[in-house]
Design a protein around this ligand. Structure first.
Ligand SMILES: NC(=O)c1ccc[n+]([C@@H]2O[C@H](COP(=O)([O-])OP(=O)(O)OC[C@H]3O[C@@H](n4cnc5c(N)ncnc54)[C@H](O)[C@@H]3O)[C@@H](O)[C@H]2O)c1
Length: 253
């Protein structure tokens, strides 16, 4: 394992499960000190435990990414505990039960857009505020391949939130590249977390559905999505700015 992120502090939101936990573990394995953030402390603390078990360095922070106060404190805590913030993976996200647009209630719409889109905006706002005063940094946002098409019946809020993240990433990237901050996004397809299940599906149901709809014939393992995040966060992607890297087994090809 290379120590390509040695000396860096990497913050991951939604680090208490799924892709976020895998991302936190991967940054720690490559030498970063990780700040594992989740809306509740326990799952983030469990991620820290897993990192420490492997000999890595990490600490947990509870923050709701829809709260400006929490997000400002999340960045301040990362900096005060670990002396800086160099990498952020704004990964926290919510899925919703499929509901046709006309039956979508405003509170659910706001909740989903609040976490998936405003949460990414707020995270970037406070991360950038620190990074631009301290030599720059790298940000990777969590979008989704289904932000690129509408073939997810009943998922208007989720699809709109992710299309928003992709657009927001491009604008933020151009706003802040001169501050030395490289901002990109990763758009996963169906990945092996609780989010890839439709209501009532077993693993066998999900795998059968995915086999028939995703060209590669299977879901992604979280490490396959994290590999894209790690590449964008690394110096190997030093000329990549405002890009949305789709890792979806050919779904949008
Ligand atoms: N799994 C997939 O199939 C898939 C596909 C495309 C995109 N994504 C995106 O990848 C990201 C990670 O998804 P996942 O599959 O690992 O899901 P997950 O549900 O396992 O993880 C999401 C994490 O975000 C946290 N979170 C939710 N609301 C929060 C809030 N307000 N503040 C802080 N943390 C909050 C949750 O507690 C959870 O730990 C999400 O943005 C998701 O939309 C996932």
């Amino acid at each position: 394992m290379t120590a390509q992120f040695e000396g860096k502090v990497a913050l991951v939101t939604g680090a208490g499960s799924g892709i976020g936990r895998a991302s936190a573990l991967a940054f720690a394995r490559r030498g970063a000190t990780v700040v594992a953030v989740d809306v509740a402390l326990e799952p983030a603390a469990e991620t820290v435990r897993l990192i420490e078990e492997e000999g890595g360095k990490a600490s947990a922070v509870a923050a709701d990414v829809t709260s400006a106060q929490d997000v400002e404190a999340m960045v301040a805590t990362a900096v005060s505990r670990h002396g800086g913030l160099h990498i952020a993976h704004n990964n926290a996200g919510l899925f919703a039960r499929p509901t046709p647009l006309a039956d979508t209630d405003l509170a659910s719409w706001h909740r989903l857009l609040g976490v998936n889109l405003t949460g990414v905006m707020l995270s970037m706002k406070y991360e950038i505020a620190h990074m631009r005063e301290h030599g720059g940094g790298v940000i990777v946002n969590a979008s989704s391949n289904i932000g690129f098409h509408g073939r997810r019946p009943g998922m208007a809020a989720y699809v709109a939130s992710k299309a928003g993240v992709s657009a927001l990433t491009r604008v933020a990237a151009l706003d802040h590249i001169k501050d030395g901050i490289r901002i990109n996004a990763v758009s996963p397809g169906a990945s092996n977390t609780s989010m890839s299940f439709r209501p009532g599906e077993t693993e066998a149901d999900r795998d059968a559905r995915v086999a028939g709809t995703v060209p590669i014939g299977r879901v992604a393992e979280t490490e396959e999505i994290v590999a894209a995040v790690q590449w964008l966060a690394s110096d190997a992607a030093s000329f990549v700015v405002g890009h949305d890297l789709v890792a979806d087994g050919g779904m949008t090809a």
